[in-house]
Write a protein that binds this ligand. Sequence first.
Ligand code: PHE
Ligand code: FE
Length: 274
Amino acid sequence: MPVQPETSRAPTADDFVIDQGWAGYGAEDHAIWRRLFERQSKLLPGRACRDYLDGFAKLGVAADGIPDFERLSDVLDRATGWRIVAVPGLVPDAVFFQHLAQRRFPATNWIRRPEQMDYLQEPDVFHDVMGHVPVLMHPVFADYMQAYGRGGLKALRLGALTKLARLYWYTVEFGLIRTAEGLRIYGSGIVSSHKETTYCLESPRPKRIAFDLLRVMRTDYRIDDLQDVYFVIDDFDQLFEATGPDFTSYYDALRHLSDIAPGELVANDRVIEI
Ligand code: PHE
Ligand code: FE
């Protein structure tokens, strides 16, 4: 449970950090992790991007069972200065952003049940760790996530959170990347999902559109099913550079632009064929 602040000051990131309770996981919990880990290990080569796979390979501590966040953080910290902290499920937006701005990724500690192997609407520890941590091993992506945290605090002040949350959704969670070998995945919501890992690359149903910052921030998303649209970047540098400018004027412009439904195409979309 979150620790209640003693005074009426605004909550800070530290208030929500809990102990992971690693010793409390049972054999069944670790077995579920291993099933998920082995299943995705077979599927991701050739589908996830090189940077994800490199990060994944360096996280050997995650192969045996649910990793201890402290040990995992030591590996991650040496690579990019990020650490994983345990939080009780979803935390207030400001708290989430404060963590990212301090290069701490808030991860939940619960693991799905055997009957939830295929789809979850709320992140569990497998999604949070195997989805997010491998890319945080990459220096540019690591900096992007920190910048996102700072940007989140600003978006809260400017009343622009809905727009900025879409950027997170369509990059960090469901991003695709174009490489010389073809389309690849870097989004955490995809790499932690057995079904979506093949669907996003192979199904004729979803749209795949070249990344465009304002277009992304206008696009609604669905949390209840496989995505109807994916946005495709060329590399992490493109993402970092496109999001570098001050968003204040973008948010002003967005107030006059209509939202776009997930599967809808609009003028100037660069559709990427598979
Ligand atoms: N540049 C953005 C701003 O001024 C912050 C940001 C950086 C947002 C990276 C998202 C990703 O608000
Ligand atoms: Fe996530």
